[in-house]
Design a protein. Structure first.
Length: 655
């Protein structure tokens, strides 16, 4: 058998290469593998079915409108209404974190993760929050209350400070604030605040980067003293992602190269971190930032590892945090974000909506992950409806048993989600509620800070003419986009090929360009176009101007100097199931696919602390007798002659 077959077959513009390291052990169980450009996300591959058992997509856009109409209305009457108050102390508005929150009407106590997110959510769904029909003013400008003139940063509370505020409560509000400023770029004051905040965080980055000896394992950063601190209870190493994202925003807004350098350095720290650095929500942005840096700045961050660290359940600072897998009492929970271990599992609405907005754009910069992201989003989009009281059995809801809910306005149950879903509580599986009624934070578990993020999910998804195939907008939640060509992901969860009626968003005629294969799949079209999608596969379609020339520069593809895709390859191990048992001499099938004319330079196999290097022309043979028995991670790294690298791994049981 040949050990390297150069250009075995061409599918579209996908060049298939196979490094055959044999398959001659009969006792090794095998899978029918297809050579593909797709890269898997480990947690997504654990789903037992591609379509949720009780699949249903509710109208999240309508939910976002309901939330906005209910929450931003001072004239509402009814149980717990109105939910907004005028903050005269800080010349702003206040929203409570929960319905029945004791901090209601306490000027300065409102949280940015609620207020700023609510403005962003509404704006992403077409609502202008710079004016209000009830005369309550410009909600966008009122967000200035969260900027501290004294410290030069965005705070989570107008009355707060950085002295006792944890990293994510400083960085996440700053990310939200920056995004709102980008959408309302005519608001000069907000933009100045954003740039000052980024400048302040750059100084904080310099302290923690420490001349090339970075350490972001802190609880917070005291800007008055210009130094980080620990509270001896927890650390938040994924703050490096939040800082890196703000630095990249600074680069996009000013063009200053020091910011992109800082962004790259923070991501190098994250890539080198042992285990998952996920604490709360900042790591959600890591795969996106890394993929954008890879595409536009020549870095080579391992996106697979970052996605696995984000959606897996291996978080170091907050054990068990990641993405849920499984069915709880007849309710599919696949794809929801939270803790996989707390009480058997605890999914949170805010984390789920925020993660969707942060991770989906990865597929624009690295389409190899479109299939896995599409499969994840299909589950998340269907299962997120369970956060709403109107979508689940009342016997499993906290509001059914809380005295304070007797007089609650029914519109609250329609528009505001529960904070979270526990796998088990009060003898019920699952339990829809949250922490407020458990810890006496509020009288109900209906969460405005969670509901303030509904519009993020709503802006991403829309249904198509084929049930189970969503059209996911890869541009909707990005702070800054490299091009203005509409770009959508469509994933087919079925075992057979499906044809979807794709509705062109552009008003002018376009060519539909698949950024995974770097090939035009439909020319000079408008209106509705039939698009074929292979089984358990995805396409990423970019609507480029009809007849436009696609220029290949370096490793990127550009239309009118706007980046649309890049050269990529994908390495997968074929012929072996995960955790298969191998004994004695055995070999691997290393399948390598590329969307450009690639040549293999080197294949490296690493097991435990030993590495084996092969040229691509020799048989890669391993012997379990050279290792101690037990489960081993086999890591394969492929390098091409043009310097591209890709990795894949599999766990095998060595006898």
């Amino acid at each position: 058998m040949n050990f390297l077959k150069r250009t075995i077959s061409v599918i579209g513009m996908v060049i298939i290469l196979i490094m055959t390291v044999s398959c001659n052990k009969e006792e090794v169980s095998k899978l029918e593998e297809k050579i593909t450009l797709n890269k898997d996300i480990m947690q997504v591959e654990l789903y037992e079915q591609r379509i949720p058992t009780d699949y249903k997509i509710i109208d999240f856009h309508q939910k976002a409108l309901q939330f906005d109409n209910l929450v931003f209305n001072m004239q509402e009457e009814g149980g717990y209404l109105p939910l907004i108050w005028k903050d005269h102390t800080y010349n702003s508005f206040g929203l409570p974190a929960y319905v029945g929150d004791g901090r209601m009407h306490q000027d300065g106590a409102q949280e940015a993760v609620t207020n700023i997110a609510a403005v962003l959510s509404a704006t992403l769904n077409g609502m202008d929050k710079s004016s209000s029909p009830d005369g309550f003013g410009d909600y966008v400008s009122q967000l200035d209350a969260f900027f501290s003139e004294e410290e030069g940063i965005i705070l989570n509370n107008p009355a707060g400070s950085s002295e006792t505020t944890s990293m994510w409560y400083l960085l996440y509000p700053a990310i939200l604030y920056s995004h709102v400023s980008y959408l309302y770029d005519e608001n000069i004051e907000l933009r100045e605040n954003v740039l000052q905040n980024i400048s302040s965080w750059y100084r904080a980055y310099e302290v923690m980067y420490n001349d090339g000896n970075p350490n972001f394992e802190y609880t917070g950063f005291n800007f008055k003293m210009n130094k980080p601190y620990k509270n001896d209870i927890w650390i938040e190493p994924d703050s490096a992602v939040g800082i890196g994202l703000l630095m990249y925003y600074g680069y996009e807004l000013t063009g200053d190269e020091k910011y992109v350098t800082a962004s790259i350095n923070t991501m190098k720290y994250i890539e080198g971190y042992f285990g998952s650095p996920l604490y709360e929500a900042l790591m959600y942005f890591g795969p996106y930032l890394a993929s954008k840096l890879n595409a536009l700045h020549g870095t080579d961050f391992n996106i697979t590892d970052m996605l696995d660290d984000t959606l897996g359940s291996t978080a170091i600072p907050r054990g068990g945090w990641g993405s849920i897998v499984g069915n709880w009492g007849g309710y599919d929970m696949n794809g929801l974000l939270g803790s996989t271990t707390d009480g058997g599992g605890y999914a949170f609405a805010m984390n789920t909506f925020a993660a969707a907005g942060a991770i989906v754009p990865v597929a624009q910069y690295d389409a190899r992950y479109a299939r896995s992201i599409g499969a994840w989003m299909l589950q998340l989009s269907s299962n997120s409806r369970y956060f709403f009281a109107t979508e689940t059995d009342g016997k499993n809801q906290s509001c059914t048993y809380v005295e304070a809910c007797k007089d609650i306005d029914p519109r609250i149950k329609e528009a505001i989600p529960y904070e979270g879903i526990r796998k088990e509580s009060q003898g019920r599986t699952p339990w829809f509620g949250g922490d407020p009624t458990v810890y006496d934070w509020a009288e109900t578990d209906f969460s405005l800070y969670s509901g303030a993020h509904i519009g993020i999910l709503a802006s991403l998804i829309e249904t198509t003419d084929v049930e189970g195939i969503l059209r996911v907008d890869l541009q909707a939640t990005q702070f800054y986009n490299e091009h203005d060509y509409p770009t959508f992901l469509l994933y087919n969860p079925y075992d057979g090929k499906k044809q979807v009626a794709y509705k062109v968003k552009s008003t002018a005629n376009v060519d539909l360009y698949n950024s995974l294969t770097n090939k035009v799949v439909a020319s000079n079209v408008n209106g509705e176009v039939k698009v074929d999608i292979n089984p358990d596969d995805a396409v990423v379609l970019v609507e480029i101007p009809a007849g436009a020339k696609v220029d290949h520069k370096g490793k990127g593809y550009f239309v009118h100097d706007k980046f649309i895709s890049r050269d990529v390859m994908a390495t997968n191990i074929g012929g072996l199931k995960r955790n298969a048992t191998v004994s004695g001499k055995f070999t691997l099938d290393v399948n390598i696919a590329a969307n450009y004319d690639a040549e293999i330079d080197q294949v490296m196999v690493e097991i435990e602390k030993e590495s084996f290097t092969f040229s691509g022309k020799e048989k890669v043979s391993l012997n379990t007798k050279d290792f101690s028995p037990g489960t081993k991670k086999v890591l394969v790294t492929v390098r091409t002659t043009d310097g591209q690298t890709d990795q894949t791994s599999i766990r095998l049981n060595f006898e």
